[in-house]
Ligand binder design. Structure first.
Ligand SMILES: Nc1ncnc2c1ncn2[C@@H]1O[C@H](COP(=O)(O)OP(=O)(O)O)[C@@H](O)[C@H]1O
Ligand SMILES: [Mg+2]
Length: 249
């Protein structure tokens, strides 16, 4: 469903992503986990066609991003970390706009839309998007993506800004979509989120995929025998020397 080969991105002197290979299968929720600045957003933007890689290939649903960018974008759903929305539209108008440009079957979609709005407590569609908080915008984008039922969904830090109830509903819905054969690629810097939501986890640090596997497989990787993902994560990303840091402060 998603394939990246030797994916690389340079911004001037900085190489933000240094040759990443990954595959996401049908039915899988893949968690892309890493500290701030690791290259998660840069990677997801290349996978979704909003940023051109310096090198490497992206394939989604068996199509190559270089030759089938429009077809891929029509078929996938993307929830970016900072949704760029039209502030002068009302939520309802934005959803209408999305339904029009994606040419979705209208009756079906309206029914799903209503259910999704109830599930996520989106009861502010008549207000202007400019008046929404970050979380409210994010929920609107989540609803606009899920109402289309894309087979592949990308989410960049989806739980940031969501209240506990909405985060839980999102988790259950993504699980259901994956169980029905869809694929989910999500980034997070929060270990608990990866631990609770994802079938397979890739750990990225400084632009390099340093470990990948199920939670079980990742635990076995720990040289120091760390059982919980948090200690393993800190060991792998070289952030484990807290005593030194705390002493120096
Ligand atoms: N458009 C850009 N121009 C220059 N540098 C960028 C750009 N986008 C990201 N970066 C840099 O690339 C690195 C990775 O950023 P990003 O992918 O946003 O990390 P993450 O999402 O994991 O926090 C950071 O050092 C960031 O400053
Ligand atoms: Mg990011």
């Amino acid at each position: 469903m998603i394939k990246a080969r030797k994916l690389r991105k340079r911004f001037g002197d900085l190489e933000a992503v240094k040759g990443i290979d990954l595959t996401v299968k049908p039915g899988e929720i893949y968690g892309f986990l890493g500290p701030n600045g690791a290259g998660k957003t840069t990677t997801i933007r290349m996978l979704t066609g909003s940023l051109k890689p310096t090198e490497g290939e992206v394939e989604v649903l068996g199509m190559n991003m270089r030759t089938h960018e429009i077809e891929i974008k029509r078929a996938i759903g993307v929830v970016p970390d900072e949704p760029k929305l039209y502030e002068n539209l009302r939520g309802r108008e934005y959803l209408e706009f999305i339904m029009n440009i994606y040419r979705v079957p209208r009756r079906e979609t309206l029914k799903r839309l209503q259910e999704l709005c109830e599930a996520f407590s989106v009861d502010y569609l008549n207000a202007f998007i400019g008046e929404y908080s970050h979380g409210m915008k994010q929920k609107l984008v989540v609803v606009s993506v899920l109402m289309r039922r894309p087979r592949v969904i990308f989410l960049d830090e989806p739980t940031v800004g969501l209240d506990a109830r909405s985060a839980k509903i999102l988790k259950l819905l993504l699980r259901k979509y994956a169980d029905e054969g869809g694929s989910i690629f999500m980034t997070t810097h929060v270990l608990e989120v990866a631990e609770r939501m994802c079938d397979r986890i890739g750990i990225i640090n400084k632009g390099i995929l340093i470990a990948e596997g199920t939670l079980e497989e990742l635990r076995k990787l720990s040289k120091e025998g760390h059982e919980n993902l948090e200690d393993l994560f800190l060991e792998l990303t070289g952030q484990g020397e807290f005593d030194e840091i705390i002493n120096a402060l």
